[in-house]
Design a protein around this ligand. Structure first.
Ligand code: BGC
Length: 282
């Protein structure tokens, strides 16, 4: 079976995506570790959960709405001999954040790696943005990462244990995203949150980094992928000429979660086919 999406710019079907997520896994690199991955029922989060499990981590699959997606992630992990558990938790709610961390410790006895992946975007002209959409985007993308990280590190600090926090931000933590002002603001916030936490948590041996994907083939991009003209305009801006895959993001996350990355903290790692560096004379 091919491990690549059938066409680089179509939503890959479930089985090929799973194979791609495992393709470059380093066996046992994360053995003995427990990882929480938020938003692991689809897209980038699903690939990260599968990849971390393939490297030996026990994985907590967080989801909010799509139970069947969380099941798919769990089954993919189990079929490959990995270990995972599912917890439904809305990262915008403090009680759910507490539950997610508590369940991680109840079921697996520890926590080592937190991947703040859950994210949403709402497109609108700035002057049309509603308070409800603003709150949703900021609460999922920024508040969720803020308070889940807080709940996660409280346990680590109390137990004097090292840890890793990896935020899935976006090229838009640095690059403008017209018509997505709330999204860009949330990701810019995530960038400074990461930098601040790297300094505050460094003395506790907790490393904090961001992975900043560009245009990745995931459900969040479905309308873009369905719109040939918009898609072509985007591809024209990407020096490598294609969108990225969730599996490619997952590989970078696995490295950052591993002991090999023990000296890496306070940085953003861009994974965007060159999009952020693109410039053309008009
Ligand atoms: C957004 C996508 C967008 C990509 C590149 C991502 O963060 O979620 O909608 O296509 O950045 O602009």
């Amino acid at each position: 079976m091919s491990s690549e999406p059938s066409s680089p710019n179509q939503l890959p079907n479930q089985p090929t995506d799973i194979n791609a997520a495992r393709k470059f896994a380093v066996p046992n690199r994360l053995a003995g570790k427990v990882a929480i991955v938020t938003g692991a029922s689809s897209g980038i989060g699903q690939a990260i959960a599968i990849r971390l499990a393939a490297e030996g981590a026990k994985v907590v699959i967080d989801y909010i709405g799509r139970a069947e997606g969380a099941e798919d992630t769990s089954q993919a992990i189990a079929q490959a001999g990995g270990t995972a558990t599912i917890v439904q938790a809305d990262v915008t709610k403090m009680a759910d954040i507490e539950k997610l961390v508590a369940e991680t410790y109840n079921r697996f006895g520890r926590g080592d790696i937190l991947v703040n992946n859950a994210g949403v975007e709402k497109g609108a002209d700035f002057w049309e943005v509603t308070e409800a959409d603003y709150d949703l985007v900021m609460n999922v993308n920024l508040k969720g990462a803020f308070f889940l990280s807080q709940a996660f590190v409280r346990r680590l600090i109390a137990a004097k244990q090292p840890g890793r926090i990896i935020n899935i931000s976006s090229v838009h933590e640095d690059m403008v995203f017209p018509h997505f002002a709330s999204y860009a603001a949330s990701k810019g916030g995530l960038r400074m949150l990461m930098r601040n936490l790297a300094v505050e948590l460094g003395p506790h041996n907790i490393a904090v980094n961001n992975v900043a994907p560009g245009a990745i083939i995931t459900p969040i991009n479905k309308s873009l992928l369905d719109n040939k003209q918009q898609l072509q305009a985007l591809l024209n801006n990407i020096p490598l000429g294609r969108m990225g895959t969730s599996a490619e993001v997952a590989g970078l996350v696995a490295y950052l979660a591993s002991e090999e990355a023990g000296y890496v903290t306070g940085s953003t790692f861009i994974l965007d086919g060159g999009l952020i560096r693109n410039y053309h004379e008009q």
